[in-house]
Design a protein around this ligand. Structure first.
Ligand code: GLP
Length: 248
């Protein structure tokens, strides 16, 4: 794993945007795995700026999102589809046939999970997956205890996650209790992973990632099993890291 510690959130976002635009200028078509949450917002703003400045060609890019709340309609303002539409799809003028996200209102969730797995597979797999991390170490919506071999699945959200995500909803009771998420096994099949984390709420998860044991109790530690992971974090998220150990 490569670790970069940025001075500011802006720098973190710029570093991530540079990696992504470098990758996008190479392989075509390119399958980019997307994350939601506050962490990648700066990165998405950077990508929009680069695109407007003519520095980022998205003609052959397809986007695959990690997850969606269940049950929740796409047009609900807090759905991850709405997040993507507002921050990514519309500003980047991406046509609907090149953006993919699990359907949060699927009647047959088992079939929806299989469909999403097939979709990724049929398009040749994810080339680069952007990841954030939950304060409890979750990736996507794979909560502590999830098998590292898991595939796209319906999951029950941890109480901690419901509390953390309540800030986007009017009331904690409005946060859906379930989600459809790519599994950890699905995520680990991506060719490259870029994990972003900022703020002190992520410091413990970062300590577990770099110094803890690899365990299904802390989903983010599964990234240590992947050969090409870049971690970009700010000083606050790095606060509990023993950086002298890192350099060895
Ligand atoms: C959600 C998403 C994750 C994301 C996490 C962190 O639960 N499912 O993909 O990484 O929240 O969110 P934030 O970046 O807002 O801290």
């Amino acid at each position: 794993m490569k670790l970069y510690i940025a001075e500011t959130y802006d720098e973190l976002s710029r570093m991530a945007a540079d990696i992504i635009s470098d990758e996008l200028s190479g392989k075509k078509p390119f399958n980019l795995g997307m994350a939601t949450g506050s962490t990648p917002l700066g990165l998405y703003r950077q990508l929009v700026q680069k695109n407007r400045a003519g520095q980022l060609d998205l003609t052959d890019v397809r986007l695959f999102n990690l997850d969606e709340y269940y049950p929740l309609a796409q047009d609900h303002p807090q759905s991850f589809f709405s997040f993507m539409k507002n921050h990514v799809y519309d500003p980047l003028h991406l046509p609907s046939h090149r953006v993919f996200i699990p359907n949060g209102l699927a009647k047959d969730t088992g079939e929806e999970c299989n469909r999403y797995e097939r979709l990724i597979h049929q398009h040749g797999g994810i080339d680069l997956q952007i990841l954030g991390v939950g304060s409890n170490g979750h990736i996507g919506f794979n909560e502590p205890g999830t098998s590292f071999a898991s595939r796209t699945q319906v999951v029950r959200l941890a109480d901690q996650t419901i509390q953390d995500n309540a800030r986007s909803f009017d009331d904690v009771g409005d946060v859906p209790k379930q989600a459809i998420t790519m599994g950890i096994g699905t995520i680990l099949e991506s060719r490259r992973i870029v994990l972003l984390a900022n703020g002190e709420a992520k410091a413990e998860a970062m300590r577990e990632l770099f110094h803890g044991k690899i365990t299904e109790q802390v989903p983010v530690t599964s990234l240590r099993l992947h050969p090409h992971v870049t971690v970009i974090i700010d000083q606050k998220a790095a606060a509990l890291l023993n950086l002298s150990l890192q350099k060895k």
